[in-house]
Design a binder for this molecule. Structure first.
Ligand code: LLP
Length: 441
């Protein structure tokens, strides 16, 4: 069984009372003050990861832009922190863009993604509310061009390419292979057709190419192959159409540890693969070094998040197993149900105790709702606080109101200070969009 102590990261420690602390705050006190379930974000860890990306890549290449993938975790405070760390922002919906705008995120650093952008989203782009649109289909290219031409606007675009690279990750989060809804294929000629079209159409200004091969990736060799393929394509485009595109966006994807068995490569290793590969490819194809854009999400915020739950009823089924129920589950973390994702945890108020009782951690939703299939914990009692690690990315952002549970609060902790950055939803929030039409009165 995995040892959770091995997973303590960022500012996490165990204090003299044997309690887990994060950002200098006692997790048991956080649970008492803010209630549970509670998402806790370690600000220092988050900022360190963002800085790592910038320093590892910017020390190896002259032109680098790191755009945080907002889908991993989005709220106005996140935008502020990413802005302060000098990152750009990748948004994929009007909702994410609106959040960035309310947080006054600089427009010049916002990229708009998505395989089905609504008219509203394209119109926002035409009005200059983002700096670049990553075009995902020919249909979108035509729609964007028409809207832009109507307003006499010129929108900078990148073309999203499906490079035909299959990665080793859950099939739901593979995105770069030929058989994918994302991007335009190289082999089929769709990518070059989109390039040709974008050079002819009014209202759009092609500045680069884009791809994103997958998420939660541990094997880095696929990045090297992707770089080579994309630079080859850039050179081919230059040869055919006489344009030298200056931007190359390689998306995100670096994996993180959810259990102590996971050994993801550090950010520095990613830089050691991508940067020389880019220099070599540029040399090989005699192409000027493009501006490298990366869009990491999970590897910036994932490890910086911890979810605190209160332990409820315990059920020991003789000869079978012991169930430990917690006061959240599927609605605050759908990843075990979606991806068979594994996690590790600590009992925050018994963090220094030996862990030898195997239990299954179950949520409180009306189905199996297993959060952790089996984990060794110290003897657990009702009222204990369970801390599940590595829940910063794709947890709050994928949370729902299943069973009409209000979504949890989120606190940002640093140097002993804890501040709410997303309020806990209330019961009135949960019903705020319900309508009883007059004929049901
Ligand atoms: N750029 C694009 C265009 C993306 O689609 C994504 C993630 C990223 C960047 C950021 O990738 P990251 O660095 O976070 O791996 N819900 C799934 C993850 C879906 C990822 C979707 N795209 C999960 O919980 O594992």
């Amino acid at each position: 069984m995995a040892d959770a102590k091995l997973l303590l990261g960022g500012t996490q420690t165990i204090n003299e009372q044997g309690h887990l602390t994060i950002g200098g705050c006692d997790a048991v006190e956080l649970a008492a003050e803010f209630g549970t379930p509670l998402y806790v974000i370690d600000e220092q860890h988050l900022r360190d990861n963002a800085r790592q990306y910038r320093s590892c890549f910017q020390s190896r290449l002259p032109k680098v832009e790191i755009a945080f993938a907002a889908k991993a975790l989005m709220n106005t405070a996140m935008c502020r922190i990413m802005e302060q760390e000098g990152l750009s922002l990748e948004v994929c919906s009007a909702g994410e863009l609106y959040t960035a705008q309310v947080a006054e995120f600089p427009v010049g650093r916002i990229l708009l993604h998505g395989n089905f952008k609504s008219d509203l989203e394209l119109q926002m782009a035409v009005e200059g509310q983002v700096s670049r649109v990553v075009v995902d289909s020919l249909s979108e290219l035509h729609r964007l061009s028409a809207l832009a031409a109507d307003s006499s606007a010129l929108v900078d675009i990148l073309i999203r390419v499906a490079p035909g690279i299959k990665t080793h990750t859950h099939t739901y989060i593979q995105t770069g292979q030929v058989d994918s809804k994302f991007g335009l294929g190289i082999a089929s000629g769709a990518a070059t057709e989109a390039v040709k079209l974008s050079l002819e159409l009014p209202g759009v200004n092609l500045v680069g190419l884009d791809c994103h091969i997958g998420s939660q990736l541990f094997a880095l060799d696929c990045y090297g192959r992707t770089v080579d393929l994309m630079v080859e394509l850039l050179a081919q485009i230059r040869g055919e159409y006489g344009v030298t595109l200056e931007q190359l966006n390689l998306g995100g994807g670096l994996g993180i540890a959810y259990t102590s068995e996971d050994a993801p490569p550090p950010i520095e290793e990613l830089a050691k693969v991508i940067c020389p590969a880019l220099r070599e490819a540029a040399e090989q194809y005699d192409y000027p070094l493009p501006r490298l854009i990366l869009e990491p999400g999970r590897s910036i915020v994932g490890p910086a998040g911890t979810t605190l739950y209160t332990v409820g009823p315990l059920k020991e089924i003789p000869g079978v197993r012991t169930y430990v129920a917690v006061d959240g589950g599927l609605s605050d973390n759908p990843r075990p149900a979606l991806y068979d994702a594994e996690y590790t945890a600590l009992v925050a108020n018994k963090a220094d105790q030996e862990r030898y009782v195997p239990v299954r951690v179950a949520g409180r939703h009306c189905e199996a709702d297993t959060l952790i299939d089996e984990i060794g914990l110290p003897p657990v009692e009702e009222g204990d606080i369970l801390a599940i690690f590595s829940t910063g990315a794709y947890h709050y952002s994928m949370a729902s109101n299943y069973n009409r549970f209000p979504r949890p609060a989120m606190v940002l902790v640093n140097n002993g200070q804890a501040d709410i950055i997303t309020q806990r939803e209330s019961l009135p929030d949960v019903i705020s969009h319900d309508v009883i039409p007059p004929r049901l009165q």
